[in-house]
Design a protein around this ligand. Structure first.
Ligand code: ATP
Ligand code: MG
Length: 690
C-alpha cells in the first residue's frame, strides 16, 4: 500500500519521518532532533512524521504538536490531512480532526491549566490578559503603591512589564536582568520587587493570567512529579517546530513531560533564532543532545528546496559572516539566472511606488498577489506602503501589525464577555464601567472593591449601590452581565446580547459608529468558529487574526491580496517573490538592536530569515532617506541611510545593483528635447485660412 508520500522525501528526511515508528507504541523511540537550515523541509518533515504516525495507527488525540503560531498549526494540520488522505482515503479527515492537541505553547498551556485548575489552586474561570491588559494592571498596581506619583522618574508601565517578563521567562534574578538589559532603572530594584509582588498578588486575587503565566504555571505544574507524569501520559508523541525560538521555561516543560525524551521530536535552525527579546535561547537546541544523552538522535538536512541558487548564495553569504553558527551551508538545485536585486530609491515614498510597480508587473506575468510578500523589521515601517497600496486599490493583509482586536470597540465587547466569565477581572471591569455615562475611575474602583469582597461578585453587583450619576444605564449594564453569566442565550448568540447592551454607547461615543458596528458583526462571525466563549476568548487573546486591508479581521480568503509582514511574523513561511523594505543601517540592524554583539548578531539572523523566505525572486530596497520614529534621542526625523552593514562590499557580487527610477535619465533627456523643439502653432493656425 502506497507509501508514495515517503518516496518524495530525501533519505535524511525519510529517516526523520520514520524514526522509531516501527517500534511498539510503548517503546516509541528516543528523542530526535532535526537541525537544519532554512527551507530544507523541516516543517514538511514534521508534517510527514505526524501523518506517518497516524497512518501507522497512532491515535491522533495522543499527539501533541506545538508550533510557533496558530496559523502554522492549522497549516500543519491541513498538510497532515492531505498526506493521510492519499493513504487512507476519505476517512483521513476524521482522523486529522482528532488532532486536537495542535497549537502554540501558550494555547496548549491555557487548555491544560483549565483542566488541572482545581489541582493547582487556580479558578477554572480564569481569564487571560493580553499585553495591553497586563500593562494596564501593572499601572493600576503601580498607582496603588504610590510609585508613579511620588517617584516621577519611575519606569513606565511598559518598561515594568518588559522587566517582569524578562525575569520570569529567562529564570534570571531581577538584579541581573536590570544590570544586563535595563541599567538605567537599576536604582529602582527595591520598588520593582515590591511592585512585582503586588502585581502577582493582584492577578491571583482577580483570577487572571498573563501570557507569561501560561508558561510559568504550566512549568510549575509539571514541577510536581505526579502531575508531570499524569500530564505526560496524555500523549505518545510530542513534536515541536521552530525549537530555536523556545525559552528556558518551554524547554523545562518539555523535559518534564518527556523526562527520557521518549517520543519527543524537535526541529529547528540555530541560524534563525530571532526571539531572544522574549528570552528565547538558542541553547535549548544546542543543548538538546547533551540533555538527552545518550539516546538522542540527530538528523541534519542540507538541501534547500525553496529558493533558487542565486538567492541561496546571497543568504549563505550573509549568514557566513555570523560569529557563531552550527548548521551547515545549504545547497539548492533550483537554477536561475536572476540574482537578488538591490534597489536604491530616493526615499520611502519612492520605495512604495517601486514595490507597487513590481508587484503589479509580477501579477501581469502570472504571480498572484498572495505569492508575493513585503517584509520589514518593524511594523510601522510599512506605513507609506500601506498608503500607496490603498491609493492604488491593491488589497493587502498585514501579519503581525495592528490587530483588529486592538480597536477600542472590539476590546469593549471582549471585556464584557471576559467580565461575565470572570467578574474579578479588574482591568475588564474598570474599562467597562467607564463606558457608562456618569461613571468615572473613582466610582468604578469603589464598585470593583465592593465586588471583590463578595464570594459571588456578579450576584452581589445588583445589591451594590450604583455610582450616583449613572442612572438607568447602570441597571442595563448589570442586566446584560447577568444574562451573559447565566448563559441564557447560549454560545455564540450571546454576542448579540452583548451587542444589544453596547450599541447605544457606541452611538454615543464614536462618530463613525456605523463602521464600527460592522466590525462587531464580523466579531460575531469569528465567534461562530469557536466551540465556547472560553475557547474564543483564550485563542483570540493569544493569537488574534491579522488585520486586512478592510480592517475586518477576517482574512479575505477568496480574494487575492498582497502580504505585508514583519520579519518576525514571516517565520517558517515562503513566497515566490519577496521584497525587503529598508535594507539600510538603522532599520536592519535597527537602532535599538545595534547595541551589544549578541543583539547585533540577532539582527543579522533576522536579515537571513527574511532573505530565505524567497523562492524565485528577492528584492532588497534601500531608500537613501528614511523616517525614524523617535527611536533615538533626536525624536522623529528624516535620516540619510546607508546599505545595511550585513551586506559589506565583499557580498555585493551576489546582487544585481540598480538605482530606481531607472528611466529618470531618459525622462529628463526627453524633457530637454521637447523644450528645445520649436513648433509654431500660431503660424499653423494662420496657414489654415490661406
Ligand atoms: P524554515 O526554516 O523556513 O521553517 P523548513 O526547513 O521548515 O523552512 P519547509 O517549509 O518544510 O522548510 O520546506 C520548504 C519548501 O521545500 C516547501 O515548499 C516544501 O514543500 C519544499 N520541500 C521540502 N522537502 C521537499 C522534498 N523532499 N521534495 C520537494 N520539495 C520539498
Ligand atoms: Mg519551517
Amino acid at each position: 500500500m502506497g507509501a508514495a508520500y515517503l518516496e518524495k522525501l530525501n533519505p535524511e528526511q525519510r529517516l526523520a519521518v520514520e524514526y522509531g515508528t516501527d517500534l511498539l507504541p510503548s517503546t516509541i523511540g528516543g528523542p530526535l532532533l532535526v537541525i537544519a537550515g532554512a527551507g530544507s523541509g523541516k516543517t514538511n518533515t514534521l508534517a510527514h512524521r505526524v501523518a506517518h504516525l497516524i497512518v501507522k495507527g497512532t491515535d491522533p488525540g495522543r499527539i501533541l504538536l506545538m508550533t510557533f503560531s496558530r496559523r502554522a498549526a492549522s497549516e500543519m494540520a491541513r498538510r497532515v490531512e492531505r498526506i493521510c488522505t492519499q493513504v487512507l482515503g476519505a476517512n483521513a479527515g476524521v482522523l486529522t480532526d482528532a488532532l486536537a492537541w495542535a497549537g502554540t505553547f501558550h494555547g496548549i498551556g491555557a487548555r491544560l491549566l483549565r483542566d488541572y485548575a482545581e489541582q493547582i489552586g487556580l479558578n477554572p474561570d480564569f481569564t487571560i490578559h493580553d499585553r495591553e491588559d497586563s500593562a494596564d494592571l501593572m499601572n493600576l498596581v503601580r498607582h496603588e503603591l504610590g510609585f508613579s506619583k511620588t517617584e516621577s522618574r519611575f519606569p513606565t508601565k511598559g518598561t515594568c512589564l518588559a522587566i517582569y517578563s524578562r525575569v520570569v521567562n529567562s529564570e534570571v534574578p531581577l538584579a541581573e536582568v536590570l544590570q544586563a538589559f535595563f541599567p538605567w532603572v537599576a536604582g529602582w530594584e527595591k520598588q520593582l520587587r515590591e511592585l512585582f509582588a503586588a502585581y502577582v498578588e493582584a492577578k491571583q486575587l482577580q483570577y487572571v493570567l498573563d501570557y507569561d503565566d501560561l508558561l510559568l504555571y504550566w512549568a510549575q505544574t509539571v514541577g510536581d512529579p505526579m502531575l508531570a507524569e499524569d500530564m505526560g501520559c496524555r500523549w505518545d508523541h510530542v513534536l515541536v517546530d521552530e525549537y530555536q525560538d523556545t525559552n528556558r521555561l518551554q524547554a523545562s516543560i518539555l523535559l518534564a513531560l518527556r523526562p527520557a525524551g521518549v517520543g519527543l521530536t524537535v526541529v529547528g535552525d540555530d541560524a534563525q533564532s530571532i526571539y531572544s527579546f522574549r528570552a528565547a535561547t538558542v541553547r535549548n537546541i544546542l543543548d538538546f543532545p547533551a540533555t538527552f544523552t545518550p539516546q538522542a538522535s540527530i538528523v541534519t538536512l542540507d538541501r534547500n528546496y525553496r529558493s533558487t541558487q542565486p538567492i541561496l548564495a546571497a543568504a549563505n553569504g550573509v549568514i557566513d559572516l555570523a560569529r557563531e553558527r552550527f548548521t551547515k551551508n545549504l545547497w539548492s538545485e533550483r537554477e536561475s539566472a536572476e540574482r537578488p536585486r538591490m534597489v536604491t530609491v530616493k526615499d520611502e515614498a519612492d520605495q512604495a511606488r517601486y514595490i507597487v510597480e513590481q508587484v503589479l508587473e509580477n501579477r501581469e506575468t502570472g504571480t498572484l498577489l498572495k505569492q508575493q510578500a513585503v517584509l520589514f523589521r518593524t511594523s510601522h515601517h510599512s506605513g507609506p506602503l500601506e498608503v500607496e497600496l490603498t491609493r492604488r486599490n491593491i488589497p493587502f493583509v498585514k501579519f503581525g501589525g495592528l490587530k483588529f482586536l486592538d480597536s477600542a470597540h472590539v476590546k469593549d465587547m471582549l471585556a464584557l464577555l471576559r467580565f461575565a466569565q470572570n467578574p474579578r477581572d479588574r482591568v475588564a471591569g474598570f474599562r467597562l464601567m467607564q463606558i457608562i455615562p456618569g461613571v468615572g475611575p473613582t466610582s468604578a474602583r469603589r464598585v470593583l472593591d465592593e465586588m471583590a469582597e463578595q464570594p459571588d461578585p456578579l450576584g452581589a453587583l445588583a445589591q451594590i449601590a450604583p455610582p450616583p450619576r449613572a442612572g438607568n444605564d447602570w441597571s442595563a449594564f448589570v442586566n446584560a452581565l447577568n444574562d451573559l453569566k447565566r448563559g441564557t442565550t447560549g454560545w455564540p448568540a450571546e454576542l448579540e446580547r452583548a451587542r444589544a447592551w453596547y450599541e447605544p454607547h457606541l452611538d454615543r461615543i464614536h462618530e463613525d459608529a456605523e463602521i464600527r458596528k460592522t466590525d462587531l458583526l464580523q466579531l460575531e462571525q469569528i465567534a461562530a468558529g469557536y466551540a465556547s466563549r472560553e475557547r474564543f476568548l483564550t485563542e483570540l487573546t493569544l493569537d488574534p487574526p491579522d488585520a486586512t486591508s478592510d480592517q475586518s479581521g477576517v482574512p479575505l480568503l477568496d480574494e487575492d491580496y498582497l502580504i505585508l509582514s514583519t520579519i518576525h511574523s514571516a517565520k517558517g513561511l515562503e513566497w515566490k517573490s519577496v521584497f525587503i523594505l529598508n535594507a539600510v543601517d538603522g532599520c536592519i540592524p535597527s537602532d535599538l538592536g545595534a547595541g551589544t554583539t549578541a543583539e547585533l548578531e540577532e539582527e543579522r539572523r533576522l536579515l537571513y530569515v527574511a532573505m530565505t523566505r524567497a523562492k524565485d525572486s528577492l528584492h532588497l530596497i534601500l531608500p537613501q532617506r528614511f523616517f525614524t520614529h523617535g527611536q533615538n534621542s533626536l525624536g522623529d526625523r528624516h535620516v540619510y541611510a546607508s546599505r545595511t552593514r550585513f551586506i559589506p562590499a565583499t557580498l555585493l557580487q551576489y546582487f544585481e545593483n540598480r538605482p530606481w527610477p531607472v528611466h529618470n535619465r531618459d525622462q529628463e533627456a526627453r524633457a530637454k528635447d521637447v523644450r528645445s523643439q520649436r513648433v509654431d502653432v500660431a503660424a499653423k493656425m494662420r496657414a489654415m485660412w490661406r
